[in-house]
Design a protein around this ligand. Structure first.
Ligand code: PGA
Length: 254
């Protein structure tokens, strides 16, 4: 049985004052449940202040990226040690925007997952096909390649705390979300692949999240899909009431 995991990915929005206002709103509106984990992913510069602000709230902290080395001459990068130091418990890895704009590839995603686990950070690994790949009938090939290379070299014990987010690139920030059938089909494919690579208990323990234009008005049917264990929410996580409404509709354990 896994908890429902709901992650708000703030992307490059909210300086420190706005971040603090948003978490104050979340604390006011979110009713905590033992079966639902709520996580926010502010920008690097807001992590420290948000971490302090949410310390006693039950809301957890995620970073939007990580570098695979711990320290040294890597200008502009942030290590897992530093993320842990400011209170992060989760880290988003391989988001499609990082793949599209910043040269993230499957091999670097794999190295970043190692770095996360080394620092006891829970990875939220993003995978998903582009529109051209879907229209070309390549969705499952893409997912297989992304998932297999992400988890290369890991053992079942590494998946005790682990999330994979299926985010079809064409559904991110576009207002078009995938149909429930498309979501369940991809989630089931990923679950079965993980079960084949490892074993069924390991695969069932991995939280499979859906992301792409999720909002309070469409989350209910997505939650209902048997292989959906949570959501990765972008745009709609920037509004405290809207995000709290998404959390309020979450089912308990699956
Ligand atoms: P969106 O973003 O909810 O704004 O589509 C989701 C994501 O990129 O994680």
């Amino acid at each position: 049985m896994t908890n429902t995991l709901i992650v708000g990915n703030w992307k490059m929005n909210n300086a420190v004052p706005e971040s603090l206002m948003l978490v104050a709103g979340l604390e006011a509106h979110i009713k905590q449940s033992p079966n639902v984990d709520v996580v926010v992913a502010p920008t690097f510069t807001s992590l420290y202040s948000v971490g302090i602000a949410i310390a006693d709230s039950g809301i957890k902290l995620a970073a939007q990226d990580i570098f695979w080395e711990e320290k040294g001459a890597y200008t502009g990068e942030i290590s897992g040690t530093f993320l842990k130091d400011v209170g992060c418990e989760y880290v988003i890895i391989g988001h499609s925007e990082r793949r599209k704009y910043f040269g993230e590839i499957n091999e670097t995603v794999n190295k970043k997952i190692y770095a996360a686990l080394r620092n006891a950070l829970i990875p939220i690994v993003c995978v998903g096909e582009t529109l051209a790949e879907r229209e070309g009938g390549k969705t499952f090939d893409v997912l297989e390649k992304q998932v297999k290379s992400a988890v290369a070299g890991f053992q079942p014990k590494d998946f005790e705390h682990f999330a994979v987010a299926y985010e079809p690139v064409w559904a991110i920030g576009t207002g078009k979300n995938a149909t429930e059938e498309q979501i369940e089909e991809s989630h089931k494919f990923i679950r079965n692949m993980l079960a084949k690579l490892y074993d069924a208990p390991t695969a069932n323990n991995i939280q499979l999240l859906y992301g792409g234009s999720v909002k309070a008005s469409n989350c209910k049917d997505i939650y209902k899909q048997p292989n959906v264990n949570g959501l990765l929410v972008g745009g709609a996580s920037l509004d405290a009431k809207g995000f709290a409404d998404i959390v309020a509709q979450a089912p308990g354990q699956k």
